[in-house]
Design a protein around this ligand. Structure first.
Ligand code: ATP
Length: 436
């Protein structure tokens, strides 16, 4: 079952995952706010990626470069001259389209007028702003359209300060901005978004070993995150898609509600970027191999994923509407426990007879280890449903038996099975369950 985008959007709004930006003013296209649950989901995916890429590999270091960079960076990278999409406007209703995404001989899809399109023209996707008090052309800077250039520009700094040796990688997570012409499909394509990128620097000639290695690593990452393997596939760039300097490029595609679309790119980029920055900056960006004394500009294998697009993937992949044995339907997000915003909900069966106090104390004692949620209002069945809908993997229920023998019920989100566990064993029990 593939969920519709409308259902995802409605759940996100209703439960506080994601809101349209500036909603009370009518909203701003292509900009979104991550609400209380959304920010935890996004941070959890980011942390999962960061751990996988840096902690689990012995040769990847981190970086957090600034969003504003010297304007020459974007000349060197080719973004000033090439980072554009072909655009047309409808002369009648003023709607704007990507020329490569509509049939220019058909009527305008918005107002239905024929022959109403302007000639296609190139539209640069970089947002421009000004630094300093003067708004002249000398003060123009851009909001970065990708995080990768920060890594290239700091390549030498990292090399000289952190004792890394080739092969090594630099990982970075951060905001990027693109003045996208079409921003439909919720957070899939927005003007402000986050990327998780890693540039792996290797000796020329070894890129054909590292490229399949990183492709495998990246696909495994999504499987480790619990994404259904049948919702993931590879797409190799054909000759018309491949950048002129790239040796090979694959995208990991995910089956989003609107169909198969790119989630992440794994690209073999040769030494193009560093060579360009050496040319434009006049600084030596070569690497001196300490063993062979060879000097070269390293080749790069890049893994480039959208973090906000990962959030949409996680929501779409986890969403389900299931018939319960009682005959009603429950909406459930089957998140991997590691990325679920709330891990443990504590629910007193009733409020009276000291049960609520017991449950509240238990919930406080779990905060050191888990993100918890306490809920004492309404029938317990409805409280379970509320937790299913936000993907909470474990609900702990405190009842009369608890007062006698200090055991509680742990209810599992996916199987809806329940198990009786001693209160003093709860932390290791949940930690263990999260691993399986
Ligand atoms: P597309 O063809 O979809 O515009 P792209 O090939 O230009 O994407 P890259 O420049 O390779 O994308 O960016 C790497 C990743 O960053 C993409 O795989 C995607 O996950 C994410 N990304 C790119 N643009 C956006 C955007 N406007 N909104 C959200 N995520 C984005």
């Amino acid at each position: 079952q593939v969920v519709t985008m409308d259902k995802i959007i409605s759940l996100c709004r209703r439960r506080g995952f994601i809101f349209q930006s500036s909603e009370i003013y009518g909203g701003l296209n292509g900009a979104y706010d991550y609400g209380p649950l959304g920010v935890d989901l996004k941070n959890n995916i980011r942390d999962f990626w960061w751990k996988e890429m840096t902690q689990m590999h012995d040769n990847i270091v981190g970086l957090d470069a600034s969003i504003l960079m010297h304007p020459r960076v974007w000349e060197a990278s080719g973004h000033v001259s090439n980072f554009s999409d072909p655009m047309v406007d409808c002369k009648v209703c003023k709607s704007r389209f990507r020329a490569d995404q509509i049939d220019l001989n058909a009527p305008c899809p918005v107002c239905g007028n024929k022959d109403s399109f302007t000639e296609p023209r190139n539209f640069n996707l970089m947002f421009e702003t000004h630094i300093g008090a003067n708004k002249d052309s000398a003060s123009v800077v851009y909001l970065r359209p990708e995080t990768a250039q920060g890594i290239y520009v700091d390549f030498k700094n990292v090399l000289q300060s952190s004792r890394v040796k080739i092969p090594f990688g630099i990982a970075q997570v951060g905001k990027s901005f693109r003045n996208e012409i079409t921003t439909k499909n919720f957070i899939f394509r927005s003007c402000e978004f986050e990327q998780m990128e890693m540039q792996f620097f290797c000796k020329p000639g070894t890129e054909d070993e590292w490229f399949p290695y990183w492709r495998e690593q990246r696909m495994n990452f999504y499987k480790k995150m619990g994404i259904h393997p049948e919702h993931l596939r590879w797409h190799q760039h054909g000759p018309d898609e491949l950048a002129f300097y790239a040796k090979d490029a694959y995208d990991i595609q995910f089956l989003f509600p609107m169909g198969w679309q790119e989630l992440e790119g794994v690209h073999s980029r040769t030494n193009y970027d560093l060579t360009q920055h050496e040319k434009f900056s006049g600084k030596d960006l070569t690497y001196l191999d300490p063993e062979t004394n060879e000097r070269y500009i390293p080749f790069v294998v890049e893994t480039s994923a959208g973090l906000t697009r990962n959030v949409l993937m996680a929501l779409s992949d986890a969403y389900d509407e299931e018939k319960t044995p009682e005959g009603d339907v429950r909406t459930v997000l089957h998140f991997h426990p590691q990325i679920a915003p709330v891990k443990v909900a504590v629910l007193p069966l009733v409020k009276k007879d000291g049960i609520a106090e017991y449950a509240s104390k238990l919930e406080h004692s779990l905060r050191e280890d888990f993100v918890t949620f306490y809920d004492q209002s309404g029938a317990v069945g409805r409280r379970y449903r509320r937790m299913d809908e936000i993907g909470t993997p474990y609900c702990i229920t405190v009842d009369y038996q608890t007062l006698e023998d200090h055991t509680v019920t742990v209810r599992f989100r996916d199987s809806m099975q329940q198990e009786r566990v001693a209160v003093d064993q709860i932390v290791p029990f949940i930690k263990n369950a999260m691993k399986n």
